[in-house]
Ligand binder design. Structure first.
Ligand code: ATP
Length: 356
């Protein structure tokens, strides 16, 4: 049995997450997994109804999720044009990431169909890497601020913080992940202080993994190479902001931001959460064109994590076949709506199951 807390959140997540949930229900029926899920309305939809994004004790509520659930399926949190300025809808996301200390954000970048990449002559073998983004430190410190606001002397301070413990554990996670998934190279992307914490710890941690080649690279070089030679990369581990940017480059070489899923883990905890890499998509909100595949592939990651590999593989096969038949949303060149793509994926699941 897998018990899932579904928290769609804001923006287009309210359009794509329901498609992921319907797809989970479909595989649950086909593979008899025993999935259970409960949906929580934290975010903009709740704000519009009640005037609050989430209850005041949202941090406590999220901290207690692991007592009742094995995982969360999240959508996106943040910008939504329906929220007035100053209302922070990221409280739920922060509570999930920092409150639960789920520090390793695993973002696979795989080409699901050769026609999707904008890169010339690159195949599915070339575009197959994983970005591991530190999820709880860096710019998430909450200490940024402005003073002398509105004057020519206005000053903005945006510190980034990296702790010995935080950097070490995400580097170890990346090397362990490389080992358990049969990879033999880990890149570390940063542009920090020469001899700073990230480069020192990268060297130190890599010595414990002699079977894995460590490559230290500046983030700008990694971004460049992801486009001209993505085949160089197997695992790329990076601090919070760099990891966010690089996984968007990864989303682009995959063909769309609407394809990339992610899972957030702490190996000391069994609870984890999954979400599409993309955000709230304010520019396409309400147009019914958001690609639901990233959310659906996030549910595929969830199933795989809990050992339901066959069900997860079936979802991926259905997504691949729908892409191959051109039944896609406009970001992939098609004309279908979010719901029509979700429906096409579930039909593909059914037809695979009946021909198996
Ligand atoms: P965040 O800060 O949360 O990462 P963002 O504002 O940087 O969010 P997104 O909300 O991901 O970025 O949107 C960036 C661009 O990608 C937008 O043009 C959006 O329309 C597009 N996009 C994002 N998700 C999808 C999707 N599922 N389908 C199609 N286009 C998408």
């Amino acid at each position: 049995m897998v018990r899932i807390a579904v928290i769609p959140g804001d923006g287009i997540a309210n359009e794509v997450v329901p498609e992921a949930v319907k797809t989970l229900d479909a595989v649950n029926a086909l593979f008899e997994i025993g999935l259970e899920h409960e949906t929580f309305d934290y975010g903009v939809e709740r704000y519009l109804r009640t005037g609050e994004v989430a209850p005041d004790n949202i941090d406590e509520i999220i901290k207690k999720l692991p007592e009742k659930f094995d995982a969360a399926l999240f959508g996106a949190g943040g910008i939504d044009p329906r929220l007035p300025a100053g209302v922070n809808a990221q409280v739920v996301l922060r509570a999930l990431r920092r409150g639960l200390d789920l520090f390793a954000n695993v973002r696979p970048c795989r080409l699901l169909h050769p026609s999707l990449t904008p890169l010339k002559n690159k195949t599915s073998d070339d575009i197959n890497f994983v970005v591991i983004r530190e999820n709880t430190e860096g710019y998430e410190g909450g200490t940024a601020g402005n003073f002398k606001r509105g004057t020519p002397d206005e000053t903005e301070i945006r510190p980034e913080y990296n702790t010995y413990k935080g950097v070490k554990r995400v580097l170890e996670f990346a090397f362990d992940y490389a080992r358990t998934t049969g990879r033999n190279r880990v890149h570390m992307a940063e542009k920090g202080l020469p001899g700073g914490l990230w480069s020192r710890l990268f060297q130190e941690v890599s010595e414990k993994y002699p079977d894995i080649e460590p490559v230290h690279m500046h983030i700008d070089t990694v971004a460049y190479l992801m486009i001209v030679a993505p085949e160089e990369f197997q695992i790329v581990v990076a601090e919070n902001r760099a990891g966010d940017i690089l996984s968007d480059v990864g989303g682009a070489v995959q063909g769309s931001r609407g394809l990339a899923p992610t899972g957030c883990f702490n190996p000391e905890k069994s609870f984890c959460y999954f979400e599409p890499v993309h955000g709230t998509g304010p520019d396409i909100l309400g147009k019914n064109v958001a690609n639901p595949m990233a959310a659906i592939m996030a549910s595929r990651m969830l199933l795989e994590h809990f050992g339901h590999t066959q069900a997860g593989d079936a979802i991926e096969a259905a997504v691949r076949s729908v892409i191959a038949s051109g039944k896609t949303t406009p970001d992939l060149g098609g004309t279908l709506s979010t719901q029509e793509v979700g429906e096409a994926i579930r039909e593909a699941l059914d037809s695979e199951a009946s021909s198996a």
